[in-house]
Design a protein around this ligand. Sequence first.
Ligand code: NAD
Ligand code: DAU
Length: 332
Amino acid sequence: MSRLLVTGGAGFIGSNFVHHVIGHTDHDVTVLDALTYAGNRDSLEGLPADRVTFVEGDITDASLVDELFGQVDAVVHYAAESHNDNSLHDPRPFLDTNIVGTYTLLEAARRHGRRFHHISTDEVYGDLELDDPARFTEETPYNPSSPYSSTKAGSDLLVRAWVRSFGVAATISNCSNNYGPYQHVEKFIPRQITNVIRGIRPKLYGAGENVRDWIHADDHSSAVLTILDRGRIGETYLIGADGEQNNKEVVELILELMGQPRDAYDHVVDRAGHDLRYAIDSSKLRDELGWTPAFGDFPSGLARTIEWYRDNEDWWAPSKQATEAFYSSKGQ
Ligand code: NAD
Ligand code: DAU
């Protein structure tokens, strides 16, 4: 493998992956990204121009996709509409990008015989009760709750069908909640950090008891590279780092790390259909492929993330006002 096509490489996790690939491997990268509201070319700043090529374009553009597949050895597919709250407001772009976009890429993978890795989410499995000792495994039945997670579930099923029906050499990974640099301020952790920086009180949906299983984006990247190198074709791998925390605990920790009183936040209107708890059992990835996360300690990873948002206000400030206006129109 020498040149990777990374779709969605100007987004949060995709850009972290491109930085990781350039820092840890000798692969070159072509990024294909439509630069929606969530994409930002500045997230790729500082990367060597002789190893990273940026193409602005849409994954539903079949002729562009076909041309790019002809120039690369493998494809890692991150591009998506990714935010649950947006999918409750306007589901249509989620169908176009997550379903039709993935279909367009799979058809090109089939024509060109390219290795394909599909990035997905633990949300395809629905949610768990707070007191349930169970965690998601690769055998958990699909049961998505939101327009976002249902389109991701649909895209996973397309990948499985293209493997079985057309012999596409694909793998799938379903990861838990990521945190780290370059995450859009609409998402929970950067929203609260940038709220505190701006003197706005953090906003907790409902009672704040919902649990998410946090993993640093850099650990997600190393897991994806491991699957790309050693994963078995046709297989699904769950990615997680044993990072379960409820939202209240996370907000309180952010406030404490930023030198504020731990109770200086507001409860706001809950998300419709809000999933209660996600939890990942990543034994298959660890036992079969030997992957382990490097960021074991959530508080220190969070402290580094807070530092990054403090140091990079130019990166997030242009999106902050519109994001908060959208939330306040919904009482959130
Ligand atoms: P993001 O919203 O930050 O980035 C998405 C990127 O895709 C943006 O750069 C955007 O411009 C691009 N894009 C959107 N539509 C496109 C289109 N039609 N054509 C080309 N590019 C397009 O998302 P993220 O949080 O980085 O998520 C990336 C992937 O990881 C998604 O597939 C998501 O489902 C998955 N995932 C995310 C998380 C998480 O915690 N954020 C966890 C597990 C899996
Ligand atoms: O589990 C993986 C998924 O994680 C990914 O597939 C999604 O792309 C990603 O956005 C994320 O989904 P969530 O809905 O879990 O993430 P979000 O950051 O939107 O919210 C995290 C939790 O915080 C959730 O329980 C809702 C809550 N929340 C969110 C916001 C924005 C708040 O309490 N207040 C907020 O202001």
